[in-house]
Design a protein around this ligand. Structure first.
Ligand code: SAM
Length: 197
């Protein structure tokens, strides 16, 4: 049975996290409200290399695992990249608190957790509702770059995008290559690119 005191505590904690993230994001985005967004950046290999190669582009990587964000932050500090930021944040909450003038122009989702069991598919990050929310905040012309070694997840995302009112898939070259931790372990993988309408 639900314990009302614990539920209230949990909701209060979520509110605190939202506020802290909102404050942090405000500072990060002030100089450049357009940014490249990596969801589930892990240890930050990809985005650090990307930010180094694109010094004029603001880059924000998020992950829900503190230890990964701390490692990514250390990489950023070593590389001394003012255009790069790593935040401990969940993707849905990040969207909720994103300032209204801020807009991701490119979104990378690289080797997201595949949640292979049918009953866990609801935990997959790339689903129709989430993509609709992203498109609503991104506006037209934002590119989504998705790569995975899990063929059923790839197929499921393709099917969602094929009929999605806010996205269309495009045949374009992958814009930037840098091995991620999970890519290095994958014997094979597939990639797709979609643009918001
Ligand atoms: C399989 S790992 C891939 C990490 C990295 N992209 C790579 O290719 O090595 C997936 C990452 O997504 C993060 N993650 C899962 N759900 C998330 C969410 N809702 N918001 C942000 N990050 C999330 C996990 O903590 C994990 O670090």
């Amino acid at each position: 049975m639900e314990n009302p005191a614990r539920t209230a505590e949990h909701l209060a904690r979520l509110d605190q996290r939202r506020e802290a993230l909102r404050a942090r994001l405000g500072g990060v985005l002030a100089p450049a409200p357009r940014f490249v967004w990596e969801i589930g950046c892990g240890h930050g290999h990809f985005l650090t290399a990307y930010a180094l190669a694109h010094p004029a582009v603001s880059c924000i990587g998020i992950d829900i695992v503190r230890e990964r964000i701390e490692r990514a932050e250390r990489k950023r500090e070593r590389a001394r990249l003012p255009n790069l930021h790593f935040l401990l944040a969940e993707a849905g909450m990040f969207l909720e608190v994103l300032p209204v003038n801020a807009r991701p122009t490119d979104i990378f989702v690289l080797f997201p957790d595949p949640w292979p069991k049918q009953r866990h598919h609801k935990h997959r990050i790339l689903q129709a509702d989430f993509l609709a929310r992203v498109a609503q905040r991104a506006g037209q012309g934002t590119r989504l770059y998705f790569r995975t070694d899990h063929a059923p997840y790839f197929q499921a995302v393709r099917e969602v995008l094929q009929v999605h009112p806010n996205w269309r898939m495009v045949e374009e070259n992958w814009p930037f290559e840098e091995l991620t931790v999970f890519q290095a372990r994958a014997p094979a993988y597939q990639s797709l690119i979609a643009v918001s309408k």
